[in-house]
Structures are given as structure tokens and as C-alpha cells.
Design a protein around this ligand. Structure first.
Ligand SMILES: CC(C)(COP(=O)(O)OP(=O)(O)OC[C@H]1O[C@@H](n2cnc3c(N)ncnc32)[C@H](O)[C@@H]1OP(=O)(O)O)[C@@H](O)C(=O)NCCC(=O)NCCS
Length: 200
């Protein structure tokens, strides 16, 4: 386990697209071949202006990255983040598809708070699942939150994502609120987004 470096951003992007394929296919459509490029730009923006640090699990024998998580602990320039994402989407997909993608990617909505670390895009590659890697990434995320003086860790999970829900529940995360969306329900199969939080 280590903190991600700039050279890891492309691999993180690949893992995220692979892990959330069901979500990304309807978002990017025929522009799916551009999805890893777009995600890499997004991860880079998050690291540079989004107050996010990423952690990765690296397999020592091969150097392959098998899991990753982003933890938002610092200030974020949300306007610049949105502009940066929009530029990547429009350049890759054209105006109409980019508008569609930006709308779907705007879920779930989250209002950052100074006391809270926000965990996002937790993913383990399919070949390495069920070996405790997500637990290790979550442990490290909580450690990072403590080290940076946060009092809570928050995250969103779709109500349909049973493996992730089991994981978070077993760590003591509790549901605080729920966002329902007919749009993501219809197009992504995600009817409700649960916002979970844990005191640390
Ligand atoms: C969710 C995910 C990160 C779990 O990664 P993992 O490394 O396989 O998880 P772990 O081996 O650390 O398992 C931790 C716990 O998660 C739960 N869990 C993991 N996979 C599960 C499954 N298929 N069914 C039910 N519970 C599961 C269990 O509680 C498990 O604890 P246990 O082994 O004591 O039963 C992985 O399945 C993944 O990358 N999914 C796609 C991306 C995603 O949905 N991320 C979550 C976003 S909110």
C-alpha cells in the first residue's frame, strides 16, 4: 500500500473504468474507447486541485496496481474541477454526448465539509477481489483521515451494490441520507445513492 504518484494515474483510471463498467458504458456510449483517457484527466485534476489523495495497492512481484481509492481531505476548487471535466468530455465526445455524460456523472451530489474525509472510487481489480484488499484500502483511508485531523469519513454507495454495502456496514458506516434519481435509475440501474458516514 502506498500513496499514488502521477505515473499511477493512468492505471488508476483503467481500474476505475473496469470496476464501474456498468456505469460508464451507458454514460460514454460509442465514446467508450475514450473513457480511460477522460478518467485519467479527472484523477489528475482531483489530485492537483480537488484536495484528493489516492492510495494504491501494488503487487510487488509485477508492479501492477490491483486496487485504489481516492480520499478527499483538502480544499477543492469545484468550479475549476467541473470546467476541467467538461473540457475533457467535450473534446472526446462532442457537445451533445458530453452534456449527457456530465449530467449522469453529477450524481451523487456531495457537499464537502472541513471535518470530513470523503472516500470515493474504491475499486479492486476483478482478479484480486475477495482477498481483503478493499479492507486494506479502507483502513488506510481512515488512517489518512485521522492523520489529517478529520473527525468523520463519508462516502456514497449505490443501494444496489451489495458487496460494497456489506463492506461499509462491517466497518461501522451508517446511512445518513439517500438521494433518489429516476435518471440514473433508468439509465445506470442505480435508483438510490446512499450517503454513509462513520465517526473516527
Ligand atoms: C466492492 C469491492 C471494492 C470489494 O473489494 P474486495 O477487495 O473484493 O473486498 P474484500 O476482499 O476486502 O472484502 C471485504 C468485505 O466486503 C464484502 N464483500 C466483498 N465482496 C463481496 C461479495 N461479492 N458479496 C458480498 N460481500 C462482499 C464482505 O463483507 C467482505 O468481508 P468478508 O470477506 O469478511 O466477508 C470490489 O468488489 C470492487 O472493486 N467492486 C467494483 C467497484 C465498486 O463497486 N466499488 C465500491 C464503490 S462504493
Amino acid at each position: 500500500m502506498r500513496e499514488a504518484e502521477v505515473r499511477d494515474e493512468i492505471e488508476i483510471a483503467g481500474l476505475v473504468v473496469e470496476g464501474f463498467l456498468d456505469k460508464f458504458r451507458p454514460i460514454f456510449g460509442r465514446g467508450m474507447d475514450r473513457s480511460v483517457w477522460i478518467m485519467e484527466k479527472w484523477v489528475r485534476l482531483e489530485h492537483s486541485i480537488g484536495g484528493v489523495r489516492s492510495l494504491v495497492v501494488e503487487i510487488s512481484a509485477t508492479g501492477e496496481i490491483s486496487g485504489s481509492v481516492g480520499v478527499r481531505i483538502g480544499d477543492s476548487d469545484d468550479d475549476a474541477l467541473s470546467r476541467g471535466l467538461w473540457d475533457s468530455l467535450e473534446r472526446s465526445l462532442g457537445f451533445l454526448r458530453a452534456s449527457w455524460a456530465a449530467t449522469l456523472l453529477s450524481y451523487p451530489r456531495y457537499a464537502a465539509s472541513f471535518q470530513e474525509a470523503y472516500v470515493e472510487r474504491l475499486v479492486v481489480s476483478p482478479a484480486h477481489r475477495n482477498q481483503g484488499m478493499a479492507r486494506a484500502l479502507l483502513d488506510a483511508s481512515e488512517d489518512l483521515a485521522r492523520e489529517t485531523g478529520k473527525s468523520t469519513v463519508g462516502l456514497h454507495v449505490s443501494g444496489e451494490n451489495i458487496p460494497a454495502l456489506r463492506l461499509y456496514e462491517s466497518y461501522g458506516y451508517e446511512e445518513v441520507s439517500e438521494q433518489r434519481s429516476r435518471l440514473t435509475g433508468y439509465f445506470l440501474g442505480i435508483r438510490n445513492w446512499l450517503y454513509l458516514r462513520k465517526e473516527i
